[in-house]
Unconditional design. Sequence first.
Lengths: 369, 278
Amino acid sequence: MTELDVSQFCPKGDVLVVAEQILGELQPVTMELLGAGRLLADKMGRTLKCAVLGYNLGDMPNKLIEYGADVVFVADDPELYMYRTLPYRRVLVDLLESLSEPPHTCLLGSTTTGRDLAPRIAAHFDTGLTADCTELDIGPYEHKSKVDPSKVGLYPNCLYAIRPSFGESLKARILGPWKNPQMATTRPGVMIPLKPDPGKKGEIKKIPVKLLPEDYRLIVEETIREASKGIKLTEADVIVSGGYGLGSKDGFDLIRELANCFENSAVGASRKVVDLGWVSYQHQVGQTGKTVRPKLYIACGISGAIQHRVGMSKSGTIIAINKDPDAPIFKFAHHGIVGDCYHIIPEMIRQFKELKKAERGVKAVVSTH
Amino acid sequence: MAYNIFVLVKQVPDQGSKAGINPDGTIDRARAKRMLNPFDRYALQAALHMKKAYGGSVTAISMGPPPAVEVLLEALEHGVDRGFLLSDRRLAASDTLATAYALYKTVTYVGKFDIIFCGLQTTDGDTAQVGPQLAERLGLPQISYCEDFSIQNGKVQARRIIEGGVQRVLTEMPVLVTVANSYHPLEYKSFRGAWRVQQLQRRQDELKQYIQTVDLDIVGADSERCGLKGSPTIVAATEKVGDIGGNCTMHEGSAPETLVRDCLANTNINEFLVTSTS
């Protein structure tokens, strides 16, 4: 099939991003979604809309415009102060039904909130939803399969929702051009936000909040933010992870000590040691844990099974320490040290301290001048 | 109070095993080693815990080709009371929306329930969508990412994970709960449970009283809304992602001091060190 100039087709519907805020704090994934959504909207020559739900949102709608939105729908109501599935679902369903045409594309973050909310909206509208996308694009698609003759045809502007599948050894391009909105969630930290433009003009529209009695079936009794309890794995620049090769729970004292040598660092762990209770689930990196991409990842006593690898293989620099020279982790790490963690890590910490001392020495010399 | 507790389980290919993994990275499901979706182990534990602590019976429900009965047998070994398998060729290539529809019809067919536990996601799809989509079809409130729960005056009180924290919620039943893997790991099956299922497998007639296989017609599902036809999404293309790195610089065979020095000299690791403030 020859490449089509998709811009000649005017698709129906705009691009809608559902913003995410927690207790008045706009989540980074929202700016990333606006960056991705802007590219899609421009490619189709449509507008980028954004819906934000919450209470006392203040200047937030303007911020969304600065980050790329043309139109911001604002639902500001005490009932929306904290995220709850049913009230948020109600407001968004009502918004989508009130539009003269459904959006072409609807994007949410694949956070605990987005993954809770997006499937409800998609199921309500009987439309397709692709989870955890790492790339989005607009392009043509020709459906030839005659299983369902009503679907056969050439679709000039489809949302390409691209995501890793089967443990990330494959990338799948998932399409659903038969019904709008075509929905997708994207992984936090993957899409690139635009630089905020304080001069950008946009339109802010208040939308009604009309909840039904059944929307109140769940009450949030308490929300506890754990931001103060150390740096989140997904936001750390450096992650030091420990695995079963450490031999015991005590090994994590060493892992923490090494992590403390770095700025903006966090402690990670393999599935096995989390299952054994050496550290809590919040630290788990991998398929059933978190997907991380720090600038530096140090894997200590981790063999590097596919389940772990899929959660960290996109890290900037990967350094692996393992006794076994044949450990799979050495197949995809950038630097491998073959040795006992209990010898290598203390030596590493010692050399860091030495470096620091040397640095301080230099500074002291400079300051005497 | 005897609660009707449902738990949804799925059989997935064992990705830790090399069997059935094609060179292009796709799965040959017929040859792949099969296992209970690891996330469902937490859902199963939650269902069994609820039965033990508050009373009631546990029904496990699965959808898949005939071999998926294995995960229902496994659930039975762990103490589940009965199982239903929805198996139908017309379900092939169902996406999450079509799957949620088929499960909705099955759940409704099986009967009255107070609570449905699901795993957070599956390891072969990784979408975490089917639970909430099923809740939407059933018109239920949901508690996703649940990591602990108790029943207080007939209501479910739960702790769920949110971005950078946790939330305590309270809701009435019926409710759908997706269980996070920070919940208690599944306890080992009892010898008695395993023995009982072993005996049952020898008496297929009796086994049928515990595990029923149903199809789309029995549960009253519209086949147009299942399988490829009922799926709004399709996989249009796949491509293999190349191995990253692949050129690991190895440091071995010397004293730790030399190994570490060599490694540090060849990386940008120093850039990330805590800058001294004193």
